[in-house]
Ligand binder design. Structure first.
Ligand code: GLY
Length: 370
């Protein structure tokens, strides 16, 4: 017998910049001209049916004017498009258009676009570079940063995907002006989540200033965008692959993700997570980790963001409880939750940030919620 050892030790530097500003298209083009994506000249611009005419077409024009070859690939907007089927369709279109390994991807849009594009870029030709141009508050707060990419399946969200870091992220606050109020509220949910888990002062800031987002108050929008990056990055830099600490970014998502699927995506991601955060606060209170007043404040901040924390009538609560078991934190068939230790802090349990919760305990909370 002969045995070989294939030594492949790697030192990888996946560091990248996030620019936050207004109208960042020219900056993107400039970065590309300066070699951001390996100096490649062929761009696949991926967007959805709403964002494409608003922002992606303009980026394509600028690419052409600056000597890049480009093509826009568009799919129907909405979470229901975040599937293997859409990824396959985009890949086939790119292949048919002659895209090979010397191309790069520009994702222009919200979380669905950045998630699917990042995943596609990670597997297309075994990996091509990509950048995220985030046009929603949700993408700015969460989806476009951190390198989680995925598609949904009929069973649950985000179960098929990969960690794949972009070359750069552009958070264009100008685009928030064209967001419907419902989308702004949905994006604010991840913002409130960040405050609840990591920053009491930011939580208080949101209590006092969050309306500013709906009025497009620049100071408020900038502060929120910066804080989201700060908080998310301090976690991702310590645990990129979610071995442990990154699980705290799942606050509110065990119930949130489940209810999003059970609602058949009638609830937007943030709307679903708002209900999940309320459930998690009540769970934290039942464990003696939050006071009734802290729970009330959390729910009223979510409400102030335009987010209801009530479970809609059309949700079957038994199905919802069963759906909790599709959560990625489940271990040995047991539910695990991230819980808070007051406002602005999550509770650590020994080496773990998630705690096992009995089905009957969370079932009771879900049955008792409005
Ligand atoms: N959205 C949670 C995370 O990025 O880990």
């Amino acid at each position: 017998m002969k045995s070989f050892n294939v030594t492949l030790k790697k030192v990888v530097d996946d560091s990248y910049d996030i620019d936050i500003g207004y109208g960042l298209e020219d900056r993107l083009i400039n970065d590309l001209k300066n070699g951001l994506c390996c100096g490649y000249k062929r761009a696949a611009v991926i967007s959805d049916s709403i964002v494409a005419p608003l922002y992606a077409e303009g980026i394509c024009e600028k690419l052409s004017e600056n000597g890049f070859s480009q093509k826009l690939f568009v799919f129907p907007e909405g979470e229901k498009s975040k599937t293997r089927r859409t990824k396959e369709q985009l890949e086939d279109d790119m292949l048919a258009s002659g895209y090979r390994r010397d191309c790069f991807v520009i994702a222009v849009g919200g979380g669905v676009v950045t998630d699917i594009s990042g995943f596609l870029a990670g597997t297309y030709g075994r990996g091509v570079p990509f950048v995220n141009y985030a046009t929603t508050l949700l993408a700015a707060a969460d989806a476009s940063i951190g390198g989680k990419t995925a598609v949904d399946t009929p069973l649950a969200t985000n179960l098929i995907g990969m960690f794949n870091q972009p070359k750069k992220v552009y958070i264009d606050l100008e685009t928030w002006k064209t967001l419907p109020r419902r989308q702004l509220s949905s994006g604010l949910c991840e913002t409130v989540k960040h405050a609840m888990m990591a920053d009491k002062e930011f939580f208080e800031y949101l209590e006092n200033n969050v309306e500013g987002v709906f009025e497009f108050d620049r100071t408020v929008c900038e502060h929120i965008a910066e804080k989201n990056c700060d908080i998310k990055y301090s976690v991702v830099m310590k645990d990129e692959r979610e071995a442990s600490l990154r699980e705290i970014l799942n606050l509110g998502h065990t119930v949130g993700r489940a209810i999003e699927v059970v609602s058949d995506y009638r609830l937007l991601h943030g709307e679903a997570v708002a209900i999940g955060l309320a459930a998690e606060c009540i769970l934290s209170e039942s464990m003696g980790l939050m006071t009734g007043d802290e729970v009330k404040r959390s729910i009223s901040l979510l409400n102030k963001c335009g987010l209801s924390t009530n479970i809609p009538d059309y949700i079957d609560r038994d199905i919802l409880v069963e759906k909790l078991y599709t959560d990625k934190k489940v271990r040995d068939g047991k539910l695990r939750f991230i819980v808070q230790d007051g406002i602005g802090k999550v509770k650590q349990f020994g080496d773990s940030w998630a705690v096992g919760v009995k089905k009957s305990d969370i079932q009771k909370i879900i049955y008792d919620m409005k």
